[in-house]
Design a protein around this ligand. Structure first.
Ligand SMILES: [Cu+2]
Ligand SMILES: [Zn+2]
Length: 174
């Protein structure tokens, strides 16, 4: 075997290993299929653990009415009620609602999402105070909710964001 062949043989496993290492910085840990009562809203929300410890939330939903909408993680993985009140209140921990509250925000409070005439709600959000295994995937799971209106980031308990127009229950990935 020539010296050159030895070199290539040694390099090959490294070339295959590099993309895998990159992916390990982002692991999908839970996801939710999201829909609404009118049948128009459809999409998904994915939760990824990252190397930094923050959770990366990826929103990819279509058919949402144009305008500004509050999006939150709610404490119960149950979208069975027509008004989605079955999903309970926000995942709260010891915090108050909203980034404008002195003791806020709740760990699953996210920025308002602005949707255009194409109905696309697409975005990425970092949440630093959430653990998937203990908080999202507890005994009754958790839900993602889109509200009719915007979150004022300060009203208790949920930002005065109006009706719940879409819901999705988180399931563990893998
Ligand atoms: Cu909410
Ligand atoms: Zn909240």
């Amino acid at each position: 075997m020539s010296l050159k062949t030895h070199f290539l043989t040694a390099l090959a496993p490294i070339a295959f290993a590099l993309p895998v290492m990159a992916e390990q910085h982002m692991q999908p840990v839970a996801s939710a299929l999201v829909d609404g009562q009118d049948g128009a809203i459809a999409g998904s929300v994915t939760l990824n653990d990252t190397a930094s410890g923050s959770m990366l939330v990826t929103l990819n939903i279509n058919g949402v009415p144009a305008g500004e909408h509050a999006v939150h993680l709610h404490e119960t993985g149950d979208c069975s009620a027509a008004d989605y009140k079955s999903a309970g209140g926000h995942i709260a921990g010891d915090s108050e609602h909203g980034v404008l509250s002195a003791n806020g925000p709740h760990p699953g409070d996210m920025p308002n999402m602005t949707v255009g005439d194409d109905g696309v709600l697409k975005g990425e959000v970092f949440l630093s105070a959430l653990e998937v295994d203990t908080i999202i995937m507890d005994d009754d799971s958790a839900a993602f909710i889109i509200h009719e209106g915007a979150d004022d980031y300060t009203s208790q308990p949920a930002g005065d964001a109006g009706a719940r127009i879409a819901c999705g229950v988180f399931q563990k990935e893998g």
